[in-house]
Design a protein around this ligand. Structure first.
Ligand SMILES: *Cc1c(COP(=O)(O)O)cnc(C)c1O
Length: 389
């Protein structure tokens, strides 16, 4: 039975396979034993193998050993974790921050702690799977509702909020969105969304997995870029395994929000704390991200270079100003074939297919990093020119 299902996936060009990498995670990567230039990691600032961060990690192992040994509420909450939470709160301009072991779990934990029977979650149709799953789980668990609106359609969101506040004045409302859409690279209309949420007494939650470290002058993410304070944006979530080059995630907001998550988030309470050495390493990532704004400036230049070059060669770019610059293909098989042809030329770019993206919108998800050089972009552009024609 399983074999038959797998065969069908293969026939539809939807089968997924892992590649084995050797050596440090960086732009120049060894993938399946072959040297490639990678255009598909989320290591936007090039910090995943930064020597100072690696050194901080090693120091963390000396100080704390390897495992955290228990959940945060038992004996797993080390001083390194606590210091990282304080540093994240300070960086993002929030009262407090709380670490989660992964972004997926942070999203589950937020909805689970905040929403109950009869409450309503509103989500963009193109939100990351972890946000959608969080709302679905909560609806099964506690009887909250999920309403989805078409991508970035503020009018529709406004109508849904309007309707909901008429039908039930007492229910809680939570609007959740990717701040930077993970497979499209475009941004949510956060200022308008914040105003709308304040009007309707709804909480706004941003998942800034692809904005934290990248956006804002200091790299504090979408909230910094659009100057949204804790009132305007009460629930800020971001991950630490992308631009920060580490692992894990956090939620930042008011003291009451953080205490509620500690008391009620099942994905927080019932899991082992991340290794303390990771937290120690992340303290260094934050320091480097704050101080080295040249990484963000360089990334911006590379994005501009890629977009203008791609436009000149008539590639079908998407509406993105961020480090995620997908090339729309459409058909699964063509996307796979192009990805394989690029790999033969030593360029690693993943084909993203359904169900990660809607049917008929398979794409090459190009991501750029501050570690790329101008010549890498030129090489990518000329290879893309060849495989797409
Ligand atoms: C990667 C990602 C997550 C999941 O974070 P992990 O730490 O990898 O579990 C959540 N939301 C978005 C938008 C992401 O891109």
């Amino acid at each position: 039975m399983l074999k038959k299902e797998l065969l069908i996936l293969q026939q539809q060009s939807l089968y997924r396979q892992r590649k084995i990498t050797d050596g440090p995670q960086q732009v120049h990567l060894t993938s399946n034993g072959k040297a490639v230039v990678s255009f598909c990691s989320n290591d936007y600032l090039g910090l995943a193998s930064h020597p100072d961060i690696a050194k901080a990690f090693q120091q963390g192992v000396n100080d704390y050993g390897v495992g955290s040994g228990a959940a945060h509420l038992v004996s797993g909450h080390s001083r390194a974790h606590h210091e990282l939470e304080d540093a994240l709160a300070e960086y993002t301009g929030r009262s407090r921050a709380l670490l989660f072991s992964t972004g997926y779990m942070a999203n589950l934990g937020i909805v689970n702690a905040l929403m109950g029977k009869g409450d309503c979650v509103f989500q963009d149709k193109l939100n990351h799977a972890s946000l959608i799953d969080a709302a679905l789980l909560s609806s099964a668990f506690s009887g909250s509702y999920l309403k989805r609106y078409p991508h970035n359609n503020i009018n529709r969101l406004s109508q849904l909020l309007e309707k909901n506040s008429h039908s039930d004045k007492h229910s809680r409302q939570l609007v959740m969105t990717d701040a930077v859409f993970s497979m499209d690279g475009d941004q949510a209309h956060v200022t308008q969304m914040s105003e709308l949420c304040l009007q309707h007494n709804a909480w706004l939650m941003l998942d800034d997995a692809h904005g934290f470290g990248v956006l804002g002058a200091k790299g504090a993410g979408t909230a910094e870029e659009f100057s949204l304070d804790q009132e305007q944006l009460p629930v800020y979530m971001a991950t630490l395994g992308k631009a920060m080059g580490g692992f894990g995630a956090f939620v930042a907001g008011s003291d009451a929000l953080i205490e509620t998550l500690i008391q009620k988030s099942r994905a927080y309470v019932y899991t082992t704390a991340m290794p303390p050495a990771i937290a120690q390493a992340l303290l260094m990532s934050i320091k480097i991200s704050r101080e080295q704004s040249w990484r963000r400036d360089k990334l911006k230049q590379l994005i501009a270079q890629f977009r203008s070059g791609a436009e000149q060669s008539g590639l079908s770019l998407m509406n993105s100003q961020t480090a995620i610059q997908p090339i729309m293909v459409g058909d699964n098989e063509t996307a796979m074939r192009m990805s394989q042809a690029l790999e033969q030329q030593g360029l690693l770019i993943t084909a993203i297919r359904p169900p990660t993206v809607p049917e008929g919108t398979a794409r090459l998800r190009v991501t750029l990093s501050a570690q790329h050089e101008e010549k890498d972009i030129e090489r990518l552009l000329s290879a893309l020119g060849v495989v797409t024609t």
